[in-house]
Design a binder for this molecule. Sequence first.
Ligand code: NAP
Length: 259
Amino acid sequence: MFASLQGRSAIVTGGSKGIGRGIAETFANAGVNVLITGRSQADLDKAVADLSAAPGKVSGLSADVSSPEDARRVVAEAVERHGGLDIVCANAGIFPSGRLEDLTPESIEEVLAVNFKGTVYIVQAALAALTASGHGRVVITSSITGPITGYPGWSHYGASKAAQLGFLRTAAMELAPKQITINAVLPGNIITEGLGEMGQEYLDQMASAVPAGRLGSVADIGNAALFFATDEAAYITGQSLVVDGGQILPESHLAIAEL
Ligand code: NAP
């Protein structure tokens, strides 16, 4: 049994949609007060309205994770609204596809700025507040793509997701004396609003590559993130947890066909 996280304060970047919204919902249902961010005010307003019945209070703030100034503003608002900050979920990310021959300095920079630098900026901005909490927690949303697997069209994305894990290991050492843990969740294919629009046939095809026989839900990721945020996970840091229904395990498509 895990101790209650009721009344704790969290930031979830990219919490207006998809996986981030799922993380925010899981935390709010555990009584955590959650500040969600994203650039679109309309998406933030919708998520806040949809999550208004949860025991934890959910509020939104429009901010761009690739801006260090915005990161500092987000942290200051969370501290102001919740009276402190205990948990940061560095989740916001983009995944534009582009084959190697089509990548440009701008397209590479954009993916690194949001996915990698955005992770560093929010953790940096939160350092003092997480230290003051006495049980600070950082949970990064990385991916299986990059750290473990590859996918044509996503070399820059995969590099940004692997970069998050390179950052994580040294950050974990620097943060440990402050009693702050930092860990990562590596999702497989998770159903979000965007993926849902691709149609059932496409979803079924994707699910057929997963030993569990289904795609992941945003709650699957939210639950893993929540575990890292618990008091009981205080001695786990610098680690990454694959949440993918076994997707990375088959050594070939023949192995899946044997199931
Ligand atoms: P999503 O549904 O597109 O949601 C992305 C969220 O990030 C939105 O709230 C978006 O809001 C926000 N965001 C994007 N760029 C931002 C920026 N510059 N500043 C602030 N917020 C920004 O994506 P998702 O599928 O949930 O992905 C979330 C994370 O999970 C990403 O890090 C992704 O790499 C990772 N992931 C996803 C999957 C999957 O299957 N879905 C698998 C592995 C890993 P705005 O657009 O309004 O800014």
